[in-house]
Structure formats: structure tokens, C-alpha cells
Design a protein around this ligand. Structure first.
Ligand code: ZN
Length: 376
């Protein structure tokens, strides 16, 4: 990139007046009305930037000393704000930035925004799916004017100020003399039309806020965070514009008995120590009704029985996850004298060294521990 003095075509010791003169000349030269090259915008930027630096004594000093702007380069267009003319406006009017040429009036009728609401359901409802009635609060089409925004018998009128273009030209004083910039018409907010007598119901918006009930079909398998999209049930657009979509985000309540791991359900049931040792049939309540669990003799605490296909329905695809039941073997916390006597007899029959309430660590106890640690 060539240096700022070369860009402006001035000597290193050029006076402020010479720099200003050179800039004026070049800015006119590269004005898009005059200069037809593809690089008009680039050239204009370079020239303007060089001028921005060299016209400011402090920035120029830094540039002369360091060869760069050294932190003073706060971006194109910066540094002009304090000098009494709106540089960005000029630039945009030249090169068609926002509010520039070639932009017609902004239509009043626009698509409405999407809306998002949260809905709580029970775990059972997530397992099987449910039809849920929800209350939605969104903008809806104004029934009084049907989106025309006008009081009955009146119509919108072409804006007197911009004559329907939605834009007005505004003179701005600049270093190039007076230039015209294009801005959105304030009178009609750029619509090109005004509403002389707005509808009383919607105040000329064409839509009103309303609360309504909707019944949504929640498919089986949804989880917390799953979003259901309902087309065109969001916010109605202004002036009869189509509605955005409604997103319903699911939140699944915690269940007291079952927890969820992906599409599997988990539960834990207590089994008395004696039943775990002897084996038993156990009936548990599930979302699919009562189920029989076969607790085999010698069941250990922490063993898991799997009931296939009794979990959550897969949201995509077919089938269901499993229900996993963890067996929690309960050791009695309090025993009466008779029970204690029986347990002592049992211990003796099993060869457990039980003297005065203390168990002597025999080889068997240590072997168990080794097994648990994974050693054999
Ligand atoms: Zn209305």
C-alpha cells in the first residue's frame, strides 16, 4: 500500500492547505459520477483515508514518526465526525450504502416474527406422546380492518413528502461543496404511503395482540429441549403480512419413580434381604401397567433387570427403549430378639465366625473384596 503522501500526490512537507486542495481535486476525480473505473470505491476510500490522517496534525505527526497510524486508525470514516460534515452520509450516497439509491419504498406488509413458548409435560406423556392444549399470546390479524390498517371507508394515500418513493434527498454541506444524500422519508417511515385515518382497533398496525388456545400434538419420544415447529402460528405480520412460525419447546417434568437415560427408563426397587437370598416374584407398576419381575435366588444388591421395549418411544424410527430396574437389597435396620437369634443361627450354619458381635475376618471375606476390585 502506497503511503498517504503519494496517494494524495503531495510533498512530505505540504501545508494543511495544500493537502486539503489535493484531496478536493482527487475526491472530485474519483467521484462515481465522473470516474467510471471498477475501483472507484477503493480509490475514493484510499484518498479519503489519506486525507483523514494527514489533515489531522496529531495523526500526521504519529504517521510521520512511525510510518503508520499506530492505533489512530479507528476505521474508515472515523475522525470526520468532529469536522462539521457527515462523511458516512456522503460516502453512502455515492456508493449506495444503506439508504442509498436504487431502493424502493419499504412494503408495509411484512412477514411476522417467529415465536417461542415452553410447555411442560409429564414423563409418561413423553413416553407415549400426548395432545396438549396450550395458550399462545401473539399478534393476530386485525379483524376490524383485515390488515388494511385504515378506518372503514378510508384508504392509504401516497405520501406528499416523498411522492411514494419512500425516500427523500437531503442536502449536506461537505468539503466537496453541497452534496445530496438519500434518506428514508420520515413522514411515511419509508413506506411511500401514509394512513390518514388509522383503524381504531389496531392503531394502523393491521394486527392486534391476542391470546388463543391451540391443541398441539406432542409426538412420543420428545425430551427436554425438543422443539416442535408449527408453521404460521407465530406473530402475524404488520398490515396483513403472513405469520411467522411458532416453536414449542418441551420441558419434561421429573418423575418420582422413573428417570430417563436417552430412551431408556430407569427405576430402582427394594428387595428384602431374605427375598433376595431365597428368590421371589415381584410386581412393579410401570407406564405400561403392572409387570412381573423374577428375582432369582441369590440376587445381589445393584443387579439390574431389563424389561425390553418398556422405555421411551423413539422419536425418530421405530420401537422403544428398555426399562431397567435396579434391585436394591435391603438389610434389616432393626431386628427383635427372635430375629436376631435366627440370624445368629444362620451365621453359624454358614460357618461365619461370629463371636460377641464381632466377625473375624476369614479368607472368604478377603476373597470377596479381591473379586470386587477385579482381581482373581
Ligand atoms: Zn385494524
Amino acid at each position: 500500500m502506497s503511503n498517504h503522501y503519494e496517494v494524495l500526490g503531495v510533498a512530505r512537507d505540504a501545508t494543511g492547505e495544500e493537502i486539503k486542495k489535493a484531496y478536493r481535486k482527487l475526491a472530485r476525480q474519483y467521484h462515481p459520477d465522473v470516474y467510471q473505473g471498477e475501483d472507484a470505491e477503493e480509490k475514493f476510500k484510499d484518498v479519503s483515508h489519506a486525507y483523514e490522517v494527514l489533515s489531522d496534525p496529531q495523526k500526521r505527526r504519529v504517521y510521520d514518526t512511525t510510518g503508520n497510524e499506530n492505533g489512530t486508525d479507528s476505521g474508515f470514516g472515523a475522525g470526520f465526525s468532529g469536522q462539521g460534515f457527515a462523511f458516512q452520509d456522503i460516502f453512502e450516497s455515492f456508493f449506495g450504502g444503506q439508504g442509498g439509491q436504487g431502493q424502493g419504498p419499504i412494503p408495509r406488509k411484512q412477514r411476522g416474527q417467529d415465536a417461542l413458548i415452553g410447555v411442560r409435560i409429564e414423563l409418561r406423556e413423553a413416553v407415549f406422546g400426548v395432545n396438549k392444549k396450550i395458550e399462545v399470546d401473539t399478534a393476530v390479524l386485525c379483524e376490524t380492518c383485515h390488515g388494511s390498517c385504515c378506518r372503514e371507508g378510508t384508504t392509504e394515500q401516497t405520501c406528499d413528502i416523498c411522492h411514494g418513493s419512500g425516500q427523500v434527498q437531503r442536502p449536506v454541506r461537505s468539503i466537496l461543496g453541497q452534496v445530496m444524500t438519500v434518506a428514508s422519508c420520515v413522514t411515511c417511515q419509508g413506506h411511500g404511503t401514509v394512513i390518514p385515518e388509522p383503524c381504531n382497533e389496531c392503531m394502523g398496525e393491521g394486527r392486534v395482540r391476542s391470546r388463543r388456545s391451540l391443541t398441539i400434538k406432542v409426538p412420543a419420544g420428545v425430551d427436554t429441549g425438543t422443539r416442535i415447529q408449527l408453521a404460521a402460528q407465530g406473530e402475524a405480520g404488520p398490515a396483513g403480512g403472513p405469520a411467522g412460525d411458532l416453536y414449542v419447546e418441551m420441558r419434561v417434568n421429573r418423575d418420582t419413580l422413573f428417570s430417563r437415560e436417552r430412551d431408556d427408563l430407569q427405576a430402582s426397587v427394594n428387595v428384602p434381604m431374605t427375598a433376595a437370598a431365597l428368590g421371589t416374584e415381584l410386581t412393579i407398576e410401570t407406564f405400561d401397567g403392572p409387570q412381573q419381575l423374577n428375582v432369582k435366588p441369590g440376587t445381589q444388591s445393584g443387579e439390574v433387570l431389563t424389561l425390553r421395549g418398556l422405555g421411551v418411544t423413539h422419536l425418530r424410527g421405530q420401537g422403544r427403549g428398555d426399562l431397567k430396574v435396579e434391585l436394591n437389597v435391603e438389610t434389616p435396620t432393626r431386628v427383635d430378639a427372635a430375629q436376631e437369634e435366627l440370624l445368629k443361627q444362620l451365621a453359624a450354619l454358614r460357618g461365619e465366625q461370629f463371636t460377641e458381635g464381632k466377625l473375624t475376618a476369614s479368607g472368604g471375606v478377603f476373597a470377596k473384596l479381591r473379586d470386587k476390585l477385579g482381581g482373581h
